[in-house]
Design a protein around this ligand. Structure first.
Ligand code: NAD
Length: 517
């Protein structure tokens, strides 16, 4: 296959719409050496954009990120246009006008009329269908989505979205162009939310349900998701940062465009907060309060307990195997008891199990365990760096069981929170759902496994891509968690995707079709 090249170095780029995103995209193209034409229909918008660009570059000079001469060269390359027709010589025209279908269609009709025959025409839409925007274009085959993330000059990821009519060669040229600009392109077919905004929905959706069901309060769920899941921010802190209104709008858009797929259902809590004007940091209040005197709620943690002296490790602990060396390092004696079956630890009269999507109460009610003292623990992303873990105890257990289990995790340096005994706890339930949506995205031919993982790591800063994470947990284990969630809640929301179920059955990984470790 011949290597596809981006637009020629030094060829002009036009950006139509000089708002937040247009200005950022103009900066990126100018930094890469292209002359940039910047156009906007609103009076004064281009001048404002040029002055914002100047001050942003001056700040970067002050920080030592570039020289004053470089900043001058970048600003000089961006030319404000009074007429759209001035954009005609561009080799690529990026539309970044308001997120409104009619506005975009009208702007693109004008753009098409003046663009050079070989020019790539792109839209920076974040939520509209690229196929839908292209309907009515004379040459939809040269039209592609180029979804930059905000702030565009900083965020490395660009989703390259192909509508139904997009020529794959055009998508490859658009990807090669942004790669030349130092960005990381991922390809996807036009689908609600593209990759990032689609696959990320369960990160918020499951947390909202966990809190509403009383499984944990916001601070406790956030602490478990960061300390055990390895996420940079907890879901509630992140929704407050993004804006609860913005997050709700994306959730509604993906849900509605997916014909109400239960996996993407927004939560009434989001709507209530928006109705109340509690939009997160920007309004001073969301899930948390902000400001100098605002309280900072701490996660609820269990008091310090003595560590167990001796632990028996039975069966295949799978993703939880990393706990064994941590216990040994903490001076706990571990007897590895030969034999198969599901992994579990026995100590101080407790049966401690990694969550498989069933509740501790369900597990205790099975006669096979022979004990009521069942405690389950949540998924850990990395046993070397875990700092906080969530546990749940069976309803049948006698008082003190969860405290004794806490002593083990405290001995390895973790804070321990008691969660209500919900299926899959917080991290496992969320990661299983992220993997489910990621697997559907691959199975339905929307994006490749590598691009889904890359998009989620660069677009949302997840510690692992959802497919590689599912492969590490074990695809069959993830499928079992989803089946248990589905059985537990009786909801289609937790269905096992066809692609994931099939790979679980054949022992293949989600990423490359290879065998699971
Ligand atoms: P914005 O409101 O800051 O800017 C939009 C600009 O488009 C305004 O200056 C407006 O005057 C101009 N405009 C409107 N109609 C026009 C037309 N017909 N011709 C030329 N200019 C026109 O919006 P934004 O945040 O920069 O978003 C632009 C696009 O990028 C939207 O599609 C949005 O969904 C997408 N996007 C936004 C973000 C974000 O976080 N802001 C992130 C990714 C993608």
């Amino acid at each position: 296959m011949t290597m596809v090249r981006g637009i020629a170095a030094g060829s002009p780029v036009a950006v139509v719409g000089a708002g937040t995103m247009g200005t950022g995209i103009a900066q990126i193209a100018a930094t890469a050496g292209h002359p940039v034409f910047l156009f906007d229909t609103a009076d004064g918008a281009v001048d404002r954009a040029l002055s914002d660009l100047r001050s942003r570059l001056d700040r970067s000079v002050a920080k030592g990120q570039r020289t004053a001469a470089e900043a001058d060269r970048i600003v000089d390359r961006v030319v404000g246009c009074g007429w759209l027709a001035e954009c005609a010589p561009a080799g690529m025209i990026v539309e970044a006008v308001f997120e409104d279908l009619e506005t975009k269609r009208l702007a693109l009709a004008e753009i098409e009329n003046l663009a050079a025959a070989e020019a790539i025409i792109a839209t920076n839409t974040s939520s509209l269908s690229v196929t839908g925007i292209a309907a009515g274009m004379q040459r939809p085959e040269r039209f592609v989505g180029m979804h930059f993330f905000n702030p565009a000059p900083v965020m490395p990821l660009v989703e390259i979205i192909s509508g139904a009519a997009t020529d794959p060669e055009m998508a490859r040229r658009a990807a090669a162009t942004v790669a030349d600009w130092g960005k990381v392109p991922v390809h996807c077919a036009s689908t609600p939310g593209f990759i990032v905004n689609r696959v990320a929905r369960p990160f918020y959706g499951e947390a909202l349900r966990l809190a509403a069901d009383g499984v944990g309060d916001h601070a406790t769920i956030d602490a478990v998701m960061t300390g055990s899941g390895g996420f940079a921010m907890g879901p509630f802190a992140l929704m407050d940062l993004v804006g609860i209104d913005v997050n709700l709008a994306v959730s509604k858009s993906v849900f509605e465009q997916s014909f109400h797929d239960a996996r993407f259902a927004p939560h009434v809590t989001q709507q209530s907060l928006v109705d109340a004007g509690h939009l997160g940091r920007k309004s001073g209040r969301g899930f948390y309060a902000y400001g100098p005197d605002a309280p900072h709620p701490a996660p609820l943690t269990l008091d310090k307990m003595p560590p167990p002296e001796n632990v028996e490790a039975h069966g295949d602990l799978g993703w939880a195997s990393g706990l064994v060396p941590r216990m040994l390092d903490a001076g706990i004696e571990v007897d590895v008891v030969p034999g198969g079956g599901p992994g579990h630890l026995i100590f101080a009269g407790i049966h401690l199990m990694p969550t498989d999507g069933r509740t501790a109460t369900e597990l205790a009610s099975r006669q096979t365990l022979g004990t009521n003292e069942v405690v389950v623990f949540d998924l850990v992303h990395d046993w070397e760096s875990v700092t906080h873990i969530g546990l749940a105890v069976a309803d049948q257990a006698a008082a003190g069981a969860i405290e004794r289990a806490a002593g083990l995790f405290q001995a390895i340096g973790c804070h321990v929170s008691r969660l209500d005994d919900a299926h899959g706890l917080a991290v496992m339930r969320t990661v299983a759902q992220l993997a489910a949506v990621g697997a559907d995205t691959v199975g339905q031919g929307i994006a490749s496994p590598a691009d889904v993982d890359t998009a989620m790591k660069l677009g949302t800063n997840y510690p692992s891509g959802p497919l590689e994470w599912a492969d590490q947990i074990g695809v069959a284990r993830v499928a079992a968690v989803l089946s248990n969630l589905r059985a537990g809640f009786g909801e289609d929301r937790y269905r096992v995707p066809f692609y994931l179920g099939r790979r679980a059955a054949t022992g293949q990984t989600l990423r490359d079709g290879g065998k699971n470790d």
